[in-house]
Design a protein around this ligand. Structure first.
Ligand code: C5P
Length: 434
């Protein structure tokens, strides 16, 4: 879901987690939100106004009594401007002031003046978080309808371990998006919600109760996913490390967006997303045959599969025996290029919009653009698989969408989040195509 037209005021209070705010601002802006920043005096000891001005694209507001700033945009005007105020990190002191209606600095004053929803992302030492005064202040805020997002548990900057860490920018982004979609699970959003969410991705992608806008309603979508296996003999094969998570996340996101989805997958250990028709295949040739048939009346074809480029020329009927001391030679022949062939298929009266993936370790964008042209694709999703913590066989990804006239960077996020963003972009182009 896009955040365009959404105006978000981020309040930063004094806490080491302030260093994560530029990333949050960037992610919100990537989703189209307009972001303005208010910092308390303490916050400025942790991060500079200049950094936040650069990432938000607006002058940062710091003072209630600055005539020049007030002349540019008065504090009441700023309070009216916002669709949402998110205080991140929210210190124990700020939560106390907010609970008691103080108006002794710009941020506290804005919160008293605001009529829009307010969310706080607490960040403090674990003893301060569990102190009776903080607990009572938190309850007061909840009773008043303030959203409390987090905190998470874990190692703290002071060396303690416990509850009090600010939610990660990615989690705050998800909370903001769900808030505007009207599908936020709770006013008191516990960090465990996100832990469960991440853990659930393996079993079944995107478990959160999130009815999505029906941007692909009744569109026929075919997706290839996972690795293929090329048999050497009855017990051995050539394959790769693809987990299938990206393709399954895309199938899920497309189905939730109203599409009729056929997911053609190689061998993976993932649950089939709801409302998705799954076809299990093993070899590249089987995947090719299934995809070609399914694509005959498809509106959109997304090829995420890591198809083996080669297969053994012959498959032994019986298990090959070891030839002691002697090398063996396998002759490999080329597999069909599934997406390339389907994209080049002129027989297709109604050619689907075709999206390919390009996993590269160097010159990522250059190779992706070459592949876009060579395989006759409408869009290609380029990812740099030289970074081991993202992409292949991992829960996160960071990609660049490339099409003939442009590019769009989707920074690191969980695969379901990336999948949703890809679906949003593709839906936009399908709609333009008519
Ligand atoms: O050529 P390369 O394997 O890098 O291209 C990647 C893209 O092509 C992916 O979208 C992948 O699913 C698709 N592909 C295919 N059939 C092949 C090889 C790749 O559909 N035999």
């Amino acid at each position: 879901m896009s955040l365009s037209q959404r105006k978000i005021l981020i309040g930063i209070t004094g806490g080491i987690a302030a260093y994560k705010v530029p990333e949050l601002v960037r992610r919100l802006r990537d989703h189209g939100a307009e972001v303005q920043i208010v910092m308390t005096e303490a916050a400025q000891s942790f991060i500079t106004t200049l950094t936040l001005q650069a990432v938000s694209g607006h002058p940062v507001h710091t003072s209630l009594l600055d005539p020049a700033a007030e002349a540019a945009m008065g504090h009441i005007e700023l309070a009216r401007w916002a669709d949402l105020i998110l205080v991140a990190p929210a210190s124990a002191d700020f939560m106390a002031r907010l609970a008691h209606g103080h108006a002794n600095d710009l941020l506290a004053t804005l919160c008293v003046a605001a009529r829009c929803p307010i969310a706080v992302a607490p960040a403090m030492n674990q003893a301060m978080w569990s102190a009776p005064a903080t607990v009572a202040n938190c309850q007061t805020l909840l009773q008043r309808g303030v959203y409390v997002w987090g905190p998470a548990s874990g190692a703290q900057a002071c060396g303690d371990v416990g509850a009090g860490r600010m939610l990660e920018p990615e989690q705050l982004l998800l909370a903001v998006r769900q808030h505007f979609q009207g599908v936020l699970p709770d006013q008191r959003l516990r960090a465990e919600t996100f832990t469960d969410y991440t853990a659930s991705l393996n079993a079944s992608p995107l478990q959160l109760p999130s009815p999505l806008p029906q941007i692909l309603r009744d569109q026929r979508v075919v997706i290839t996913a996972g690795p293929t296996r090329e048999a050497i003999d009855p017990v051995r094969f050539i394959s790769n490390y693809s987990s299938g998570k990206m393709g399954f996340a895309l199938a899920d996101a497309a189905a939730r967006s109203g599409a009729i989805v056929t997911l053609i997958t190689g061998p993976v250990s993932l649950a089939t997303p709801n409302q998705v028709t799954r076809i299990d295949v093993v070899s590249a040739q089987e995947m090719f045959d299934s995809a070609r048939t399914a694509c005959q009346d498809a509106d959109l074809f997304i090829a995420t599969a890591a198809v083996a480029d080669y297969r053994p020329e012959t498959t032994a009927g019986q298990k090959m025996k070891k030839q002691k001391g002697a090398p063996i030679t396998l002759t490999l022949i080329e597999n069909p290029d599934i997406v390339g062939t389907i994209a080049g298929d002129t027989q297709n009266a109604k050619r689907p919009f075709i999206v390919g993936f390009a996993a590269e370790t160097q010159n990522v964008l250059q190779y992706a653009r070459d592949k876009l042209v060579r395989k006759h694709l409408d869009m290609i999703v380029a990812n740099d698989v030289s970074q081991t913590e993202i992409g292949f066989n991992s829960d996160d990804n960071a990609v660049t969408l490339v099409w003939a006239e442009g590019e769009k960077v989707l920074p690191r996020a969980s695969k379901p989040t990336i999948a949703l963003q890809i679906i949003e972009e593709v839906a936009l182009r399908l709609a333009q195509k008519g």
